[in-house]
Ligand binder design. Structure first.
Ligand code: ASP
Length: 305
């Protein structure tokens, strides 16, 4: 059976490399995805995920994460979690039980402590400086500035899919605001009988369309991963423009049960993928009417995380 992995944004590259070693070695999609997301969460150079994430309007880093197992359909998530670097681990632990699969705020933190996860200061000097600067400029919450989610989907050699997310959400968001990333079906979804998906972009735009579920549903109905991803994003974008005159940024990664991948995006978007025939590589997706232009990432002209 083939294995395959796809992840949002260039920042996922090192993580995907680690994840693919595991998949090659016949390890599970769960292990690969958790390991790959850990790499991004602990990297202080990325200010939109985990340690050194950008804070909310009160200067506090609050993280969201989600995890779903395509074999069992067990899913878990945490929202507005504070002082925990690996939010995705807490989401994974939440996915194991019969109840309490989605925890937010203080409850999510108490659960993390009960697992023995130690508290760590998430705000670095650099992200605090960005916060102070932004406060001084008195800018409104921006639709695309200082946020990105690491979202991943992997297929292992046993044919099982996993999809997961982790993010510090929108920079300067309200205390307690959660985005799409911890919402099952919005920020992430997967089902071994259909495929998996994960999203990044403005959570408020993604969650009202349950876009990850919608893309997986389309794969189940027979669409390729690429058709499912692009039709989901383009149709939703058109609908939002019709309804309210604009559509904020949405990007979706998809994978079907054969490990074939697809991208849907209404902005320029970077992603990483690999399978047994291809080493991890960063690509760029650019929307072009109802089509999408895909090419290798170029450091000289592409300046995306
Ligand atoms: N979707 C995330 C959120 O709304 C942010 C992002 O992916 O850029 O919290």
């Amino acid at each position: 059976m083939r294995w395959s992995m796809i992840a949002t944004w260039k920042m996922s590259y090192d993580g995907v490399k680690k994840g693919t070693f595991l998949l090659k070695d016949n390890k599970s999609a769960k292990e690969a995805v958790l390991e790959a997301i850990h790499e991004v969460e602990k990297n202080e150079n990325y200010h939109s995920v985990g340690y050194s994430g950008l804070p909310n309007e009160q200067g506090v880093v609050q993280c969201d994460a989600g995890f779903m197992d395509g074999e069992t359909l067990q899913a878990g998530a945490v929202g507005a979690l504070e002082d925990v670097v690996h939010a995705v681990d807490v989401a994974y632990e939440c996915s194991k039980g019969r109840f309490n699969n989605v925890l937010v705020g203080e409850g999510a933190n108490e659960f993390a402590s009960s697992l023995g996860i130690k508290k760590e200061t998430m705000l670095t000097k650099e992200s605090y400086e960005k916060y102070l600067q932004r406060k001084k400029e008195k800018l409104p919450l921006s639709s695309y500035d200082g946020h990105d989610t690491v979202g991943m989907v992997a297929l292992d050699q046993q044919g099982h899919l996993v999809s997961a997310t982790s993010t510090s959400g929108l920079f300067m968001k309200k205390k307690g605001r959660i985005g799409d990333s911890p919402l099952i079906g919005s920020g992430f979804y997967c089902d071994d009988e259909a495929g998996g998906a994960a999203a990044t972009g403005v959570g408020e735009e993604i969650m009202r369309g349950c876009l990850s579920y919608e893309a997986v549903r389309r794969m189940k109905e027979g669409m390729s991963a690429q058709q499912a991803a692009s039709s989901t994003v383009y149709e939703w974008t058109e609908k939002m423009i019709l309804k309210k005159g604009y559509c904020d940024a949405i990007s979706l990664i998809c994978m079907n049960v054969q490990g074939e991948v697809g991208i849907g995006t209404n902005i320029k978007f970077a992603f990483v993928c690999a399978d047994e025939n291809h080493e991890p590589q960063v690509y760029v997706a650019i929307p072009d009417g109802k089509d999408i232009i895909l090419r290798a990432y170029d450091d000289h002209q592409d300046h995306l995380d």
